[in-house]
Write a protein that binds this ligand. Structure first.
Ligand code: IMP
Ligand code: MG
Length: 183
């Protein structure tokens, strides 16, 4: 496990080691491989944060599967519900496919809450979600994950694909923002 790291103006301290992450990713891959044995699922990973998790998870699967990557863009004020989210880069046909959405972390839940209905419109045969991390204390939208790795406290984390203002994605483990002494 590495020492603490300074990114821009903030200090981050070790939180989850590469080994802990790898073990969890393997467990998730085993469960998903078992559940989707007959289904040749389509993984849709949400960029940027999920790229490392998605790559490791995908390589650990023991089944036939496809993967694609999307970016989400939201537009203000197009419907009464606020900000519909559209996917950039989704060229695969989703209709009739068994889809697994891959996220790095479920925080407020807003991203998935807004995007899942858009994907449902394309009538996948099934739709499930997987994220490496969940922050139960931060959840503000009614979103449930079908698979997840770790529940963590409501702390800001970086590494393993996740960033603080663009930095930290290449750190192989997960670090958490150091809280100020006295907090
Ligand atoms: P949500 O829409 O609030 O659930 O947040 C989802 C997105 O915010 C995640 O996919 C991440 O990209 C980003 N995010 C949330 N929490 C963190 C964090 O602690 N570190 C880095 N990125 C985060
Ligand atoms: Mg993300």
């Amino acid at each position: 496990m590495s020492a603490s790291v300074l990114l821009h103006d903030k200090q981050f301290i070790p939180f989850l080691s590469s080994r802990q992450i790898a073990e969890k990713v393997n467990e998730l891959a085993m469960v998903i491989s078992r559940d989707y044995r007959w289904q040749k699922p389509l993984f849709i990973a949400i960029l940027n944060g999920a790229f490392v998790f998605a790559a490791d998870l995908f390589r650990s699967l023991s089944l036939e599967a496809e993967i694609t990557f999307i970016k989400l863009a939201s537009y203000q004020g197009m419907t009464s519900s606020g900000k519909p989210v559209t996917a950039i880069g989704l060229e695969e046909v989703v209709s009739g496919r068994h889809v697994i959405l891959v996220e790095d972390i479920l925080d407020t839940g807003r991203t998935l809450y807004e995007f899942i209905p858009r994907l449902q419109e394309q009538q996948p045969a099934s739709l499930r979600t997987v994220a490496l991390l969940r922050k139960p204390g931060a959840l503000q939208y009614p979103v449930q994950l079908d698979y997840y790795g770790f529940d963590i406290d409501d702390r800001f984390v970086v590494g393993y694909g996740m960033d603080y203002k663009g930095l930290g994605r290449n750190i192989p483990e997960i670090l958490a923002l150091q809280t100020e002494p006295g907090y």
